[in-house]
Design a protein around this ligand. Structure first.
Ligand SMILES: Nc1ncnc2c1ncn2[C@@H]1O[C@H](COP(=O)(O)OP(=O)(O)OP(=O)(O)O)[C@@H](O)[C@H]1O
Length: 260
């Protein structure tokens, strides 16, 4: 593709936050956060521990709804859909916006049931489930390792396989967005590279937001990067600019490892 054509194709915003403030009790954790995530791109959220990355990520699939002491202001949207509109249920939000956590959290059930469960509660007809489960395992690069053993308890898989199963469970529901909260932090380097390879493949179909402390990982997997500090967005841009040519001194100090 020539450069001119590339410039003409404008990226579409899939997910966004505007003027978002969040308090846990009196503690002001997100401060006027405005971010947007482009469709079918990978965006990394980086910043020192406690700056609010996970809190922001969790806002997008309504993970704070049941917490007693949380107040959220501002707008979070999936395209034009306000994610906090009364007309949309948490289940509907989570079907469209899936989430993968730091520690793989398979249900204490078989590999098959781990994926089947989400399909059941989302009313996917029984006759379609087997094919969807097989596809999800293939899409998550796990099929070859588990195809003869689908009845095995998921908890007997290795940590890396469990994480890929959790990704399979998420993609089985065909979400539009996948949120990943430090998905590799508990994994060894080989499992990490498998998950990164998988992200590389998933980006063709999904909008992905990944929280990571691993600066090399952000540079390997993310098209764009957002740097947060003390609950605020300091700088957002394409990943190579954030790492090689940051506009703010704070960003430069963080990506060069001077703090964090
Ligand atoms: N449920 C909660 N109740 C009270 N405070 C909370 C709660 N969850 C998070 N916090 C606080 O909110 C701030 C942001 O936390 P958050 O987990 O979002 O940061 P983070 O950038 O993801 O950190 P890390 O990289 O260490 O995971 C922290 O000060 C944390 O202590």
């Amino acid at each position: 593709m020539t450069e001119d054509v590339a410039i003409m194709i404008k990226e579409k915003t899939k997910l966004s936050a505007a003027g978002v403030n969040l308090w846990f009790g009196n503690k002001h954790v997100l401060k006027n956060v405005g971010v947007s995530f482009s469709e079918k791109k990978v965006t990394a959220l980086i910043g020192p521990s406690g700056c609010g990355k996970s809190t922001l990520l969790r806002c997008f699939n309504r993970m704070h709804d049941l917490a007693p002491d949380v107040r959220i202001e501002g707008k979070l949207a999936l395209e034009k859909q306000d994610l906090y509109d009364r007309a949309i249920s948490v289940t509907q939000v989570r079907k469209r916006i899936g989430m993968v956590f730091q520690k793989a959290n398979p249900f204490p059930k078989s590999i098959y049931e781990n994926i089947n469960y989400g399909l059941k509660i989302n009313d996917v007809p029984a006759g379609e489930r087997q094919g969807i489960i097989e596809n999800a395992l293939k899409e998550s690069f796990l099929w070859d390792e588990v195809k003869d053993d689908l009845k095995k308890p998921a908890t007997r898989l290795s940590g890396g396989q469990q994480q890929r199963l959790c990704i399979a469970r998420t993609v089985a529901l065909r979400p539009e967005v996948i949120l990943m909260d430090e998905p590799c932090s508990a994994l060894d380097p080989i499992s990490t590279s498998k998950v990164e390879e998988l992200i590389e493949k998933l980006r063709e179909q999904y909008t992905i937001v990944i929280v990571t402390h691993n600066m090399q990982q952000a540079q390997r997997v993310a098209d764009s990067t957002i740097f947060m500090y003390l609950g605020e967005v300091v700088e957002a841009g394409n990943t190579s600019d954030i790492f090689n040519n940051p506009q703010k001194e704070l960003t430069a100090n963080y990506v060069r490892g001077h703090f964090g």
